[in-house]
Each structure stands twice: as C-alpha cells, then as structure tokens.
Design a binder for this molecule. Structure first.
Ligand SMILES: *Cc1c(COP(=O)(O)O)cnc(C)c1O
Length: 370
C-alpha cells in the first residue's frame, strides 16, 4: 500500500500523457511554449480567477507577489505556524518579518481571532508595519476566508491564499481567490494537482499585478527583452510540465470527488472517543491533500499501522516558530494549539485511487488500536 499512489493516476491517463510529452518535445518550444499559455488559461478558469501565471514552484508563487508589492524590511507578514516551511520562508527572502499566528483547533487553519490580536500586538510594538496575511488551505481544506478577508480590509493588508495543498478547494462554491488578492499553488508531484517535477502558479484578478509578476519571473524584463526594468529572478513553468498538467487538470474535478468519497468513508469508520476525524469548515469542500486524524497516542498508532504495512506521515511534527531557522522570529502570542496539534496529528494514506479494500484495512487497523 502506498501513502500517495501516483502511478495509478499515470496508468489511467497513460496514453494522453505520453502523447502530450511527445508533442511538447517535438514542438520544440521548451520554454514559454503554447502548452503553457493553454494550461494557464484552463487553470484560471478552474480556479475562478481572471489570470493564472505558471512559475517554477509553489514557494516562488508565494514570493512573486511579495516582490511585486515591494514588501521588504520593516514589514510584517502574518502566517500560521502550523504549515509547511515555505509559507513562512518567503517573508525573510524579501527582508520582511514572518509573524506567526496560532490556528483554529477544529480546522488547523489560521484562527481569525488570533490573527486580529496578533496584528494589534504588532501595531502596539510599533517596530513593524503590518502588510500581508498568508492564509494556508492546510491539508486541502479552505481557510476561513470571509473572516480573514474582513480583517485584512480593516487593517489594509494584502491577502495571499497559500493553496499549495488546497488547490481545488471551495467555500460556499467559491475558490479562495474570490477573497484573496492572490491564490498560489504548487505542482510538486504529491500535491492534489501535481506535475512530474517542480512547478507552481499564481492566480489573481489583478491585471497590473500580472504584468509585474510576468516581468519579475523573467529577470525583471521590460518591454525590450534586454532592458531589465527591475531586479527579478528566473521562475517559469516548463512547457513539458504544462503539457502534462493539461491532462491532469482534465481529470482533477473527478479526482477531488473521489477523494471526498474516501474521506466520507474514513470519517464514518474512524470516528471514536479516541480518534478525532477532520472537521471541514461549514460550506467548505476540501481537496484532501491529506487526511489527518488525531490520537492521544499518535506515535503508538503510527508504530501499530507500520506493523500492518500501512504507511503514515506526520504533518507537521514541529511548528515553524519552534524550528531552528525561525527562532529569530518569535511569535508574539501563544501558539498553544499549534504545539498541541504537532504532537497529536497523523495523516493516513489518501489519493483518488485508494480502493475500498485498502480503505477498510486502514479503518480496521486504526480502530483496532487502543
Ligand atoms: C508544498 C507547499 C509549498 C511549496 O511548494 P513547492 O512547490 O514545494 O515550492 C508552500 N506552501 C505549502 C502549504 C505547501 O504545502
């Protein structure tokens, strides 16, 4: 049994992928080829955004808008501590300071009440200027965008939806970019919409921002290719990966449905007085990058499942504010929920091609552990 079975998906669309790869290689436009433009248009449509911009990975996708907005020294970028490090990493890249905020215990996502308190604490200190909030759709489920957005409006902050794990998730039928200035995603192979290498994208409705990001991602190019008008970087999505992603996007909605069916079965079979199953925000549909439960003896459960050949993973064992590289950015308020979750969460196998027999085996193995 595999934690995420990428080969099952490849086999499903093998012929289409092979043809797409062959066409892209024969086409010869390896950088910024027509498949990239086609994929960007399809991705924007899927994510309900006016524009999508392919880039090199999901981390660059977060950094590009920060660079475009001129975020830098003296600026505060608020983000959850219970997330993959890339969310917090991009603030120091541009010279800004990541300010960690605790999470909602039910959803693992940014707690709006804590967010506002943290913004006020930073304002009170008077050393940094609040500028940006990065909300994360952790494990695939949408953050509380209506509340986070109204806080951003109140304090005049930009909002980024880090949807690297959550691309495809919705809240009341709307994708995160409905509320966020920018939504980002990652095409790292294990993400819900992954390619066969590294890749990422920025989605936005802001046309001016698109122009600046398209310049930054190609070394700050101006109208003339050899007149660079700003300091940029090299962050493009390969034509080959775009060609692969076109085929994967075509089955993505179906895959999200399959993930939701599996999650519903897991929920039903696993809920007990020891095991707490995921709680998706009301009106939300998760893209289930991970199916994460909590157990008081998480490590014991992991060993028990390993014995039965069931792979698991711990996302995340150490919240960012506790990690060596982030010690210089102490969280202003309590991170109690993030710390508790780090010691009790465990993620079970989750992918659209997990058959019923395997699901039942996993459910039996978890429920047989006391
Ligand atoms: C994977 C991930 C990223 C970064 O994506 P890469 O493509 O690996 O750079 C950013 N944020 C979150 C929450 C992620 O899970």
């Amino acid at each position: 049994m595999q934690f995420i079975d990428l080969q099952a998906q490849r086999v499903r669309i093998e012929e289409k992928i092979n043809k797409a790869v062959k066409d892209a290689i024969e086409g010869g436009a390896y950088i910024m080829g027509p498949q990239l433009r086609e994929f960007e248009a399809q991705l924007a449509e899927f994510g309900q955004a006016c524009h999508a911009i392919g880039c090199a990975n999901g981390t660059d996708a977060l950094a590009l808008p920060l660079m475009a907005w001129g975020i830098g020294e003296g600026d505060a970028v608020f983000c959850p501590s219970f997330t993959f490090c890339a969310t917090g990493e991009v603030a120091p890249w541009v010279g800004a300071t990541p300010i960690f905020v605790d999470i909602d215990p039910a959803t693992y996502n940014l707690d709006p009440v804590q967010l506002e308190k943290t913004i006020l604490a930073v304002q009170e200190q008077g050393k940094l200027v609040p500028k940006v909030v990065i909300a994360v759709d952790l494990f695939g489920q949408p953050a509380n965008y209506p509340e986070i957005k109204s806080i951003c409006d109140r304090y005049d902050l930009k909002l980024i939806a880090d949807s690297a794990q959550g691309f495809g998730c919705t809240l009341n039928g709307k994708h995160p970019v409905h509320w966020a200035d920018v939504a980002t995603t990652s095409f790292f192979p294990a993400k819900p919409l992954g390619c066969y290498g590294d890749g990422g994208a920025v989605l936005t409705g802001d046309e001016e921002l698109v122009e600046v990001i398209r310049s930054i991602q190609v070394h700050g190019k101006g109208k003339d290719k050899y007149d660079n008008v700003r300091i940029g970087l090299n962050s493009r999505l390969d034509t080959l990966q775009a060609a692969i992603l076109i085929e994967k996007l075509a089955i993505f909605a179906d895959e999200i449905e399959k993930r939701n069916e599996i999650a519903a079965r897991y929920n039903k079979g696993l809920r007990s007085n020891k095991v707490s199953v995921p709680h998706v925000i009301e009106g939300g549909i998760s893209s289930w990058a991970q199916y994460t439960i909590e157990h008081p003896d998480r490590n014991g459960l992991q060993a028990h499942l390993k014995e039965k050949d069931i792979p698991t993973a711990i996302y995340y064992p150490i919240p960012l504010h506790r990690q060596t590289a982030y010690k210089d950015f102490p969280a202003p308020l309590s991170m109690q929920v993030s710390e508790e979750k780090a010691s009790s969460v465990i993620s079970l196998p989750m992918h659209p091609y997990l058959d019923r027999k395997s699901q039942d085996k996993i459910i039996d193995a978890v429920t047989s552990f006391n």
